[in-house]
Design a protein around this ligand. Sequence first.
Ligand SMILES: *Cc1c(COP(=O)(O)O)cnc(C)c1O
Length: 393
Amino acid sequence: MHLKEIEALEKQYVLQTYGRNDIALVSGKGARLYDSEGKEYIDLTSGIGVNCLGYQHPQLTDAICDQVQHLMHCSNLFYSEPMTLVAKELVESTGMSRVFFSNSGAEANEGMIKAARKYSFDHYGKDRYKIVTLRQSFHGRTMTTLMATGQDKFHQYFYPFPEGFDYGQPNDFDEWKTHIDEHVCAVIMEMIQGEGGVVPLDPSFVQQVSAYCKERDILVCVDEVQTGIGRTGTLFCYEQYGIQPDIVSMAKGLGGGIPIGAILFSEKCADTLQVGQHGSTFGGNLLACRSAQTVLSIVNQPSFLKDVKEKGEYFREQLRSLHSLAIHDVRGLGLMIGVGVDPDKRSDYVKQLQEKGVLLLTAGQDTLRILPPLIITKEEIDQAIACMKEVLQ
Ligand SMILES: *Cc1c(COP(=O)(O)O)cnc(C)c1O
């Protein structure tokens, strides 16, 4: 089908909750995508940080096809090898203790919130339930994760919302501290706020928060849904912040395109959720875990991660060396990059870049967001930069 037909069907039959680009993608190879009209793009979106190995990665494709030919799904009432191998890899790479599998980032965060409250209930009773997140954060679209999200625009229409959330100012420890009282059981932070505008937290802020919480047995929860799985040049971004969280959530890149999320628990709360207290039908199914197992076997290698770091630094350097007045600043770590631009011109830039064959995302009010597949080549970065130069100068 051509774009016009697909578009017409979408407008008629699909709930109109997304502002879509006028492109229907049909295939991909490496870090390149192809649309219904045969046009080629360099992909700087990776499906919002999902397709970390790009498209048609031979090892990932083979592993998924092999798993489909054996068994895609069985219930969590039975054991499965792929699940145990993904859990082992995550635990042994982080010094954490156990893993729970979900299907998405919001679901991983729901489980993280449930576990944090249960931990506090077990140790301190039921009056210690409050969770402090950060302003401009994003944690998902379920009722509870909307409430965990520190942006007022997400707290509309769907009343009543779950109680027990409060929001501190990122990178302002004194302000943040005013939100902590005897009812607080946990804090949740993204090390780099993704949807909020690619805003990295200051390491000193993160370390102060972490130390303050550890003294009071307030659980430090890190949302690595966007920053995790090698995106920033380490398996998890928190490693670069010098903290050891109590709970970590992840999703997006973990399955390389197959939906899967996970929660990592430290020893402290590895026994908090017990038989019957949490679950998921699809969570950790064989296909998703086989995919995640393959993604981790490739991404979680020192040479691969070093390459992500170097390509990210190179990309940022090239953006800065454009000396474009349209670029206000360049932020980020690894291949999670934010480019500050004039908010009124931003959607124009995105459109013009699409016409030139470069797909990218936006975030926050004034940011172009770049999240390429981690396997993007230096030549592809150069090509994208050349297009950005034409559009932004
Ligand atoms: C995308 C995202 C989520 C939500 O993940 P879904 O898979 O869309 O539910 C949560 N937290 C962060 C930081 C994200 O970037």
